[in-house]
Design a protein around this ligand. Structure first.
Ligand code: ADP
Ligand code: MG
Length: 302
């Protein structure tokens, strides 16, 4: 392709909200054979909401949520925001003024697992099964069953332990983007394989993958940020050109590792900086727009 053709394509992309950072990024896109999608905030809308609560001890719902909110108040995690919002909603639906939260001491954020705090002198743990295992907390059969049920519904189950005892489970839902399934199908027809990688648990990941038509063998769950980058590198060793689509800070190593990194416009600044292409409208259809532009520019129309 001539420099003029590249310039025209880049300009066309920009006018459609697809920011291509240079000729190399544009050229890489037509060779892509595999795309690895982050789950939360990329394939899903990324605004998780509380949809169900299970209590296992004699505890008022409001007290339960006040305790979790106090423990999570210092967390930036979307799941933490979901419980904070739900707590506020509970208060207002009871026509109450929101009381100030109890003070949380010794706040500890455990990446990929959850948080630990001391609230009113009690140890509060909020997070996944791994977190509970880490703190040697027994998960009763009933809780394990509820958690499994939650995950099979494509939701994330957050467990809450107070003083080393599980007191509740919160089911949080983050629906898939309306265009996601069609985009994956279209990519398939273009000869491109779609994969998914997430820090979330395997059951939730598999359920969402099934919903989207992503094959079982194309899913990686319970992945840490460095795992995400390693997955990309491993695929590249087979000579395949790989794109990564992500939105989070934890996606940035993978966005850099990929031959073509694509960031969701609504994502974090760090992801946007790490990417070669930015999808300003945060619409997954623009993954196709970018590849089409590249194919047309580099005469690889199929
Ligand atoms: P992702 O954003 O893809 O879910 P993370 O690595 O941020 O990946 O988190 C992985 C899992 O760890 C979450 O699905 C959740 O189960 C748990 N987790 C992490 N942080 C929190 C938190 N602040 N509150 C509750 N659970 C958390
Ligand atoms: Mg994400």
């Amino acid at each position: 392709a001539t420099p003029t053709a590249v310039m025209v394509a880049t300009g066309k992309g920009a006018s459609q909200g697809v920011l291509i950072k240079g000729g190399q990024a544009l050229e890489g896109a037509h060779k892509v054979k595999t795309i690895v999608f982050d789950k939360t905030g990329t394939l899903t809308i990324g605004k998780p909401i509380v949809v169900n609560t299970k209590l296992y001890k004699n505890m008022a719902l409001q007290v339960f949520y006040e305790t979790i909110a106090a423990a999570e108040v210092n967390s930036e995690h979307p799941l933490a925001k979901a419980v904070m919002e739900y707590k506020t909603k509970l208060c207002s639906s009871h026509g109450q003024r929101e009381d100030p939260l109890a003070e949380a001491k010794e706040f500890l954020n455990i990446p990929g697992q959850g948080v630990r705090s001391i609230v009113d002198g009690k140890e509060v743990l909020v997070g996944n099964q791994k977190l509970m295992v880490e703190y040697s907390i027994e998960i009763p059969e009933e809780v394990a069953e509820d958690l499994h049920e939650t995950q099979m519904l494509a939701r994330t189950g957050v467990l809450v332990a107070i003083n080393r005892e599980i007191v509740g489970e919160v089911a949080i839902s983050d629906p898939v983007k309306p265009e996601a399934a069609a985009v994956i199908e279209c990519l398939k027809s273009m000869g491109i394989r779609s994969m998914m990688v997430t820090g979330d648990n395997w059951d939730t990941a598999m359920t969402i993958a099934r919903e989207l038509g992503i094959e079982k063998t194309s899913v990686y769950a319970e992945s840490l940020p460095k795992d995400k980058a390693n997955i990309i590198k491993e695929i590249q060793t087979t000579g395949i050109t790989v794109a990564m689509v992500g939105d989070g800070i934890n996606d940035s190593p993978a966005l850099v590792a990929a031959d073509v990194g694509m960031a969701i416009g609504a994502g974090t600044d760090i992801a946007i900086e790490a990417a070669d292409i930015v999808l300003m409208k945060s619409n997954l259809e623009d993954v196709i727009t970018a590849i089409d532009l590249s194919r047309k520019t580099f005469h690889r129309i199929r």
